[in-house]
Design a protein around this ligand. Structure first.
Ligand SMILES: Cc1cc2nc3c(=O)[nH]c(=O)nc-3n(C[C@H](O)[C@H](O)[C@H](O)COP(=O)(O)OP(=O)(O)OC[C@H]3O[C@@H](n4cnc5c(N)ncnc54)[C@H](O)[C@@H]3O)c2cc1C
Length: 407
């Protein structure tokens, strides 16, 4: 990989730096008024959806420009580029790739403007890692699909206005759902994949206010509730809300999850976390000395930093592949696996630095930072389980990179 920027890439980097100098004020990121103004300004620059085609309202940015933009933003701890998290990460890219013209016009501008949140209805009580075994069922009735079943762990479901939903329109190995009034309505896409267990899955774009949808929040071990169970009881979804062909849901999902995996591989969040843990070690005095002077703590911080740097360089390898026009494959699982171990390790390290006070929550001493570190240490499932568990990443690495037999 060539680490030098070209002249035009340097010019773009300088443009981003100048924008940050002009628009980012110390501490301003906390203020809702500043955030609203910031969002408008980065949208006007077309830096929201920067890699998306210009004809759908994106920035048409090159891969290298994206890296520069994200790097400069992360270094200055700038607020996010856009607020519609899942919309920008995978719903939008899927709509751009598989959506009809009407779907693009209906959803893409709202995602770029951050008008509302999307949620993702993939996992079910018995279908997480083995997503293709999902059972939530949709039967075609005239111009609607009638959906019945349950989803679980749906992040943001309580606040989201739309959901990208996976349903079964036919049993694996079959064409259209038997008993469906539209009997032979399965498209070529469904028929082609009919032999595989991934066939018969269809992707729908759902309005969360549709009658028959019930959202029941789940409280996690930190005490917060940001995901939910979602129940569908005879919910009518217009056929025009189908993304891709009937039976093509697995392909739509694979491309969506590939977008997720490539974003998960980024190390900016970890760099920010290790900086915070270092500051915590400097500020915490136990047994008469700063914890940043403790050789054991220093060693663990250095080990974590070395791993993060290794992840950054590994990320450069993926980037080199992308720049050569080669598709990203199983390699992103390597960083996802390292990230899982680092997230758990950094939480444990923060609690070790603080000692017993670190486990307390509440606003009064001896609790530290209102229990922020205890919540941080308990928050690991978000990044360790969400997006694929470590065991699944190990399977992917073993089978697709190391060429070991299937488990
Ligand atoms: C914070 C958070 C947010 C989430 N948000 C969403 C969301 O918005 N939308 C959504 O659809 N889902 C979401 N999920 C669900 C997530 O995708 C699933 O939890 C995940 O895919 C694992 O599935 P599962 O919980 O059914 O566990 P299982 O698949 O039952 O796994 C249980 C254990 O068995 C292991 N295991 C399973 N299969 C294998 C195998 N073949 N080989 C070796 N080990 C195996 C796993 O590694 C794990 O340790 C979220 C989860 C979390 C924690």
């Amino acid at each position: 990989m060539d680490f030098e920027l070209t002249e035009s890439e340097r010019a773009f980097r300088d443009e981003v730096r100048a924008f940050l100098d002009e628009n980012l004020r110390e501490g301003a990121a906390e203020s809702p008024a500043f955030l609203a103004e910031w969002t408008k300004k980065v949208r006007a620059k077309r830096w929201v959806g920067f890699s998306w085609p210009r004809e759908v309202g994106g920035g048409g940015g090159s891969i290298m420009e994206q890296v520069i933009l994200k790097d400069e933003m992360a270094k200055r701890k700038a607020p996010p580029l856009g607020t519609c998290m899942m919309g920008l990460a995978w719903v939008g890219p899927s709509i751009i790739q598989y959506g009809t013209e009407a779907q693009k016009q209906k959803y893409i501008p709202d995602i770029l403007d951050g008008k509302y949140q999307w949620c993702t209805g993939y996992s079910e009580p018995d279908s997480g890692s083995d997503l293709a075994s999902l059972k939530c069922r949709a039967v075609r009735e005239g111009d609607d699909y009638v959906v019945t079943g349950q989803k679980i762990w749906t992040s943001l479901a309580m606040w989201a206005k739309k959901m990208i939903l996976l349903v079964r329109t036919a049993r694996a190995g079959e064409g259209a759902e038997s008993g469906s009034p539209s009997g032979g309505a399965a498209t070529d896409g469904a028929k082609r994949g009919a032999a595989s267990k991934h066939s018969g899955i269809t992707c729908l774009l759902v309005d969360m206010e549709t009658p028959g949808i019930t959202v029941r929040p789940i409280r996690n071990m930190t005490g917060s509730a940001h995901f939910a169970e979602v129940f569908f009881d005879g919910v009518r979804i217009p056929v025009e809300n189908r993304l891709g062909d009937e039976g093509q849901g697995w392909q739509v999902t694979i491309s969506a999850l590939a977008s997720e995996r490539s974003s998960i591989a980024e190390v900016h969040g970890l760099v920010r976390k290790i900086d915070e843990v270092k500051a915590l070690a400097r500020e915490t005095v136990r047994g008469g000395r700063r914890m940043s002077e403790d050789p054991g703590i220093r060693r663990r911080i250095a080990q974590a930093e070395a791993k993060i740097e290794a992840m950054r360089l590994n990320g450069m390898r993926f980037l080199t592949k992308q720049l050569r026009g080669e598709p990203l494959g199983a390699e992103t699982s390597i960083n996802k696996l390292h990230r899982a171990a680092l997230e758990i390790g950094l939480g444990e390290l923060a609690l070790e630095i603080l000692g017993s006070a670190g486990t307390l929550t509440g606003s009064e001493a001896p609790a530290v930072d209102e229990g922020r570190w205890a919540r941080f240490a308990l928050g690991w499932p978000d990044v360790v389980i969400g997006g694929g568990t470590p065991n699944i990443q190990k399977n992917i690495i073993a089978e697709r990179i190391l060429g070991l037999p299937k488990d």
